[in-house]
Design a protein. Structure first.
Lengths: 114, 108
């Protein structure tokens, strides 16, 4: 397996633009997590899905953020409109509920909002 | 107060030194994880443990459930060990709660 695949790796955009981040989890993993990492706050959970269903989105900062998981192999995190304070690295991670409870992280998407 | 506290925040060591990074948590857990994040950003899971000790190469992780404390040790440290080490805990199937990380620099 190629691991958790995220795209884009880097995105620079202007304030007010829509940003869409994409994630392909490891095949067979039934949990998917979106995290945001900043210098000030470290890693923060934004939302997670189990079997494509959102379980907890209490970490989503505000209505500008939305996430979907239309099927077991794809998820998106959308920011509309983007603001400079959204600049961060966004990680997607997945794991299986069976076996070891170990997360596999994607390489991250570094977002810069000017 | 953060549920997961790590110390130190930053650590600089000479190559070959024995390194200890500490993690304390305030909630009941089913597992504690140690993660490594290299410059460039990729995050890798090093250990998951719920009791005792685990060893992988030069890395050793221990946990004391009663004291709600874990340590990550690196023996014979090397510059390639330079990274951010992150402690995280979870209970059952709940998501991980992360510490802020410890930034380690090993100088040759």
């Amino acid at each position: 397996d190629a691991g958790v695949i995220q795209s884009p790796r880097h995105e620079v955009t202007e304030m007010g633009q829509e940003v869409t981040l994409r994630c392909k989890p490891i095949s067979g993993h039934d949990y998917l997590f979106w995290y945001r990492q900043t210098m000030m706050r470290g890693l923060e959970l934004l939302i997670y899905f189990n079997n494509n269903v959102p379980i907890d989105d209490s970490g989503m900062p505000e209505d500008r953020f939305s996430a979907k998981m239309p099927n077991a192999s794809f998820s998106t995190l959308k920011i509309q409109p983007s603001e400079p304070r959204d600049s961060a690295v966004y990680f997607c991670a997945s794991r299986s509920s069976s076996g070891a409870n170990v997360l596999t992280f994607g390489a991250g998407s570094r977002l810069t909002v000017l | 107060k953060n549920e997961v506290e790590q110390s130190p925040q930053n650590l600089t060591a000479q190559e070959g030194e024995f390194i200890t990074i500490n993690c304390s948590y305030s909630v009941g857990i089913s597992a504690l994880h140690w993660l490594q994040q290299h410059p460039g950003g990729g995050i890798v899971s090093l250990f998951m443990l719920s009791s005792g000790k685990k060893k992988h190469g030069r890395l050793i992780a221990t946990i004391n459930i009663q004291e709600k404390h874990s340590s990550l040790h690196i023996t014979a440290s090397h510059p390639r060990d330079s990274a951010v080490y992150i402690c995280a805990v979870n209970s059952g199937n709940t998501p991980l709660v992360f510490g802020k990380g410890t930034r380690l620099s090993v100088i040759a």
